[in-house]
Design a protein around this ligand. Structure first.
Ligand code: WTA
Length: 656
């Protein structure tokens, strides 16, 4: 594993720059007492119980944690409602008329919803969902663009005690179909379409295909695009969101008092097999994790304008667009479209237009902005910014420095936050008023979070070492299980190192206890901050009638972090043609979505395998990155594959 990440690791080791918090920032920071780490270490449950007091509970919890490994229950016997905490409680006090959501559509349209206005929409939506037969405990699948109706639907479901399963709008009909089936949803909420780079994303057309052969009874359709979407309503099944909302009363719907451990949502993520995992998050613990990190890591204040650029279809959007900032009473910015529409300065024009103070984005975006050049941000007034964040993949020190210089103007602290769909909230990240940052390091575990890097045997590595990143104690926002597959939950996260949560990432800890995340150690690749399992793409390729076998790897890519390279062996007699490359790429897009489109496809007469039959992925990576062979088109010659294997085995032995 160390070998696979050598390049990145070497550059990190040379990284000697340090940035201490500005004293003024520190003085005003929400978390500015270094003692918080020691207090939380001495009494983690006490620390989390204290943080839980920031939320409103209908009934207080009696026990902070019940830990029956690998199953945790947090804030046991407490009764709480996510929508009440995110919206209704703010409608009663001075936040009533404060902007909750400042939204901008890609075409330039705008909407501002105050907490009270948001609450009214949520109430109407809750009435509508009830009328459609949605009950406590039901799951509803949402397949929507970044429009206010998405958080409104999530919160309305939470309000009546139903769960959401949000599927990112970039997933295909087939991927949506599988997720609808797995969650057992009888209602899907979608839009006629969404805007992306001036084009219509055909959400309704995909949904029509996806619901075929499922248990879905109704499809609720938000009109976003209108005529241009060409959506067709199916009588009896499809319902127009706007029409039905207009007929709903604005009378308050009482928030359902939910058990702390009641299901809040399912969110599918990629694992090492072809089948996506439905990550299960419950209510009380998840909200405590989300809310605490908004106050600690993001230092959210009453007058901040906070913008997390993630799509709500990913965990970052769930926690840091919706539940975190709204439970903390913040003002969020939401943007529907692409960063280069109509021009490459869209983000900076948004920051300037709304006076964004906190900006949270992904390294792949930062690298894209670097490529486009600093004149785009330089053309806008970014003086409002006071804190910058990054998430999704390791950030290279050069990108970190560029972010600091060209966006933060050397005055904004950067919080590099390591976490996962499974962890629910940030785990390893700086506290901006306290932590000395080093470009490329997510720094230290947050108070109340306990991490360790271990070797193959599960023994902690000494400072300076590298190995598998694990978490050694349960934390409130942890996943509770995998939907419908508790056995997979045990096997995936808890079996390899008993008593520890295995994150699936490699990490290095330096002499000062700083964590440097080295990327995935399993067959999951991270393309532009999106997790995709190599097996999912392989299954999609093999599904094509021309393909006999395939192997997919992630190779280094300057902007995307990793790019998808596919190696394909065709069935006997199928000729290798340029047209087939186009077809196969499209096949993957149809099966999974555009995010999984292979960057390149190599045809090979056979796949290089070890004697035990394991595909030599590291060799494939060398080929894709141009190290093993100059001209990869010769790959179709079996002798070349044999020769490569021989040379390769002389150098390394493929590890499990
Ligand atoms: C990677 C996204 C390095 C990591 C919140 C993890 C990171 C996977 C960082 C989870 C970071 C996330 N530095 N790597 N700051 N943040 N990752 O589930 O490999 O979409 O396991 O959650 O992203 O991706 P997921």
């Amino acid at each position: 594993m160390a070998q696979e990440t050598t390049g990145q690791f070497d550059s990190l080791l040379e990284e000697g720059r340090r940035f201490a918090p500005d004293p003024g920032f520190r003085a005003r920071a929400n978390f500015n007492d270094e003692g918080v780490y020691a207090r939380a270490a001495a009494d983690p449950e006490g620390y989390w119980a204290e943080q839980a007091q920031e939320l409103s509970w209908f009934e207080p919890f009696q026990t902070v944690l019940k830990w029956d490994p690998p199953h945790a229950e947090w804030f046991v016997e407490g009764k709480i409602n996510a929508a009440y905490n995110a919206v209704d409680r703010h409608r009663k006090g001075p936040r009533r008329n404060k902007a909750a959501i400042i939204w901008e559509g890609e075409p330039g349209d705008q909407r501002v919803l105050t907490y009270d206005m948001l609450g009214r929409e949520v109430d109407k939506a809750a009435h509508m969902l009830r009328e459609l037969g949605v009950k406590k405990g039901d799951r509803v699948t949402l397949y929507l663009p970044m429009i206010p109706e998405l958080p409104i639907a999530m919160l309305a479901l939470a309000k009546i005690g139903a769960a959401h399963s949000v599927v990112f709008g970039g997933f295909s009909a087939k991927a949506l179909h599988e997720r609808i089936l797995d969650a057992g949803s009888t209602l899907v909420i979608t839009a006629d379409g969404g805007w992306r780079r001036g084009q219509v994303v055909p959400l309704k057309a995909n949904t029509d295909q996806a619901v075929e052969g499922t248990q879905v009874r109704h499809v609720l359709v938000v009109r976003r695009v209108g005529e241009a979407a060409g959506a067709r309503m199916v009588p009896g099944r499809d319902i127009d969101w706007q029409d039905m909302m207009a007929a709903m009363p604005t009378t308050p719907v009482p928030a359902e008092p939910m058990d702390s451990e009641a299901l809040l949502f399912i969110l599918y993520t990629s694992g090492t097999t072809g089948k996506p995992k439905g990550i299960v998050h419950t209510t009380g613990g998840y909200l405590v994790g989300a809310n605490t990190s908004l106050r600690s890591v993001f230092d959210l204040k009453e007058d901040d304008v906070y913008w997390c650029t993630a799509d709500i279809g990913w965990i970052t959007g769930h926690t840091y667009v919706v539940y975190g900032p709204l439970t903390a009473g913040g003002t969020i910015v939401m943007y529907e479209g692409a960063p280069d529409f109509p021009d490459r300065d869209r983000f900076w024009s948004i920051v300037e237009r709304y006076g964004v103070t906190i900006l949270y984005t992904a390294p792949t975006s930062i690298r894209t902005f670097m490529k486009w050049g600093p004149h785009y941000p330089a053309a806008h007034n970014l003086d409002s910014l006071r804190l910058l964040g990054t998430v999704g993949e390791p950030i290279n020190p050069e990108a970190w420095m560029w972010y600091r210089t060209h966006i933060g103007h050397d005055r904004c602290p950067i919080v590099d936050t390591w976490w996962q769909t499974e962890t629910g909230a940030a785990m390893i990240a700086p506290l901006p008023g306290l932590t000395v940052t080093k470009p490329g390091s997510a720094t230290r575990p947050l108070p109340g979070v306990f991490a360790e890097v271990v070797d193959e045997e599960g023994k902690p590595v000494p400072p300076g070492g590298a190995g598998y990143l694990t978490l050694t104690r349960p934390w409130p926002s942890m996943l509770r299980t995998i939907w419908g597959d508790d056995d997979r939950y045990r096997r995936t996260y808890w079996e390899r190192f008993p008593g520890r949560y295995m994150a699936g990432d490699g990490a290095h800890v330096d002499e000062e206890g700083y964590y440097w995340i080295l990327g995935r150690v399993d067959d999951v690749i991270n393309v532009s901050g999106h997790r995709i399992g190599t097996m999912e793409i392989e299954s999609a390729l093999v599904d094509h009638p021309a393909v006999a076998e395939s192997a997919v790897i992630g190779r280094a890519h300057e902007v995307k972090g990793q790019a998808i390279s596919a190696f394909v062996t065709l069935k006997e007699g199928v000729p290798i043609e340029e047209e087939l490359v186009v077809q196969l790429k499209q096949h993957v897009v149809d099966k999974i979505g555009a995010l999984a489109r292979p960057e390149e496809i190599f045809f090979t007469v056979e796949l290089p395998k070890t004697r035990s039959g394991k595909i030599m992925r590291r060799l494939l990576r060398d080929i894709a990155e141009g190290r093993a062979l100059g001209d990869t088109t010769t790959l179709a010659d079996p002798a070349v594959v044999e020769e490569l294997k021989r040379r390769y085995e002389e150098r390394y032995e493929e590890r499990e």
